[in-house]
Design a protein around this ligand. Structure first.
Ligand code: MN
Ligand code: MN
Ligand code: MN
Length: 294
């Protein structure tokens, strides 16, 4: 069973594909007992000011974060940057690149869903569904709301995952670029949800080797949906590659799966926690706020 964690280093708001505005996300996390939260929207830092304003009166420490979509060996791999300087121009320029790709890819996905997938009525989907950075999740929700699929997962499986009618591969920045941009902006680079890529053991070794060689420092050992067995598997990868352990719900808003901010298994004591070296938006270390029991 998951326990309430006082730290959650992966969450989304309406600045990308989350359902809650940054302030509501912060309030929900605080209500769940989270005292250190990283806002990690896809390829944007634009939700941070609102989140920071909301976090102050709640006594919550907000970590400036971002989840960057990257391309490695023709696969989409997500890298979370924690404790970045939001004003760093190289980082924001790099994110601009991904943001342009996002908009282009979204338009291409709509076109393909209509032409190859037989979906109709996607004309206003961008305006209706997307407040921040557009992504596949916006399309998936639209397909569910309009009866083309029963669940978001089914929408992905039928229309949006690799090999399906609506899938468009984007030429995201490279894994190496994302890691170096995060580090140059003073952040810690964490490989997000390692088991989500469904790699074989050999490919996982290659990915983790490439990531550490590029300067990657951490691995999400605990994610919102993970059971003990998956945590142990990820722990093994972190230990073998000398990576710090991170924890993150990847919360996108109220959901049937019951993912909530801070609803996480504890990080195993065998791995050094990424938060030992992490500071919040005001430059204060976050480690003191994390419960000894994590
Ligand atoms: Mn997302
Ligand atoms: Mn991700
Ligand atoms: Mn995410």
């Amino acid at each position: 069973m998951s326990v309430a964690s006082s730290i959650d280093l992966h969450a989304h708001s309406t600045a990308s594909d989350g359902r809650l505005p940054p302030a509501e996300l912060v309030e929900r996390a605080a209500g769940a007992g989270v005292r250190v939260l990283a806002l990690t929207d896809h390829d944007t830092l634009s939700g941070l000011p609102e989140a920071l304003t909301a976090a102050g009166p709640l006594g919550m420490q907000l970590v400036a974060g971002v989840e960057i979509s990257t391309l490695w060996e023709r696969r989409e791999i997500h890298v979370v940057g924690l404790g970045v300087d939001p004003a760093d121009a190289r980082l924001t320029d790099g994110l601009d690149w991904n943001q342009q790709l996002r908009r282009q890819r979204f338009a291409q996905m709509v076109e393909r869903l209509e032409q190859k997938g037989g979906i109709t009525g996607l004309g206003g989907v961008m305006e209706e569904e997307v407040a921040g950075q557009p992504g596949r999740l916006h399309l998936a929700r639209h397909l569910v709301e309009h009866g083309w699929a029963r669940t978001v997962q089914q929408a992905f499986d039928r229309y949006l995952r690799r090999g399906r009618a609506g899938y468009v591969r984007a030429e995201w920045m490279s894994l190496e670029s994302a890691v170096s941009l995060i580090r140059a902006a003073g952040g810690i680079a964490v490989l997000a949800h390692p088991l989500a890529y469904k790699l074989t053991g050999a490919w996982m070794q290659r990915l983790l080797t490439a990531f550490t060689q590029a300067g990657g420092q951490g691995l999400e050992v605990v994610v919102g949906t993970a059971d003990r067995r998956r945590v142990d598997q990820s722990l093994g990868y972190a230990l073998r590659h000398g990576l710090l352990g991170s924890v993150g719900s990847d919360f996108h808003g109220p959901n049937p799966a019951g993912i909530e901010p801070g609803r996480l298994l504890p990080l195993p004591a065998a791995v050094a926690p990424v938060w030992a070296e992490l500071s919040d938006c005001h430059g204060r270390p976050v480690s003191a706020a994390v419960d000894p029991g994590r």
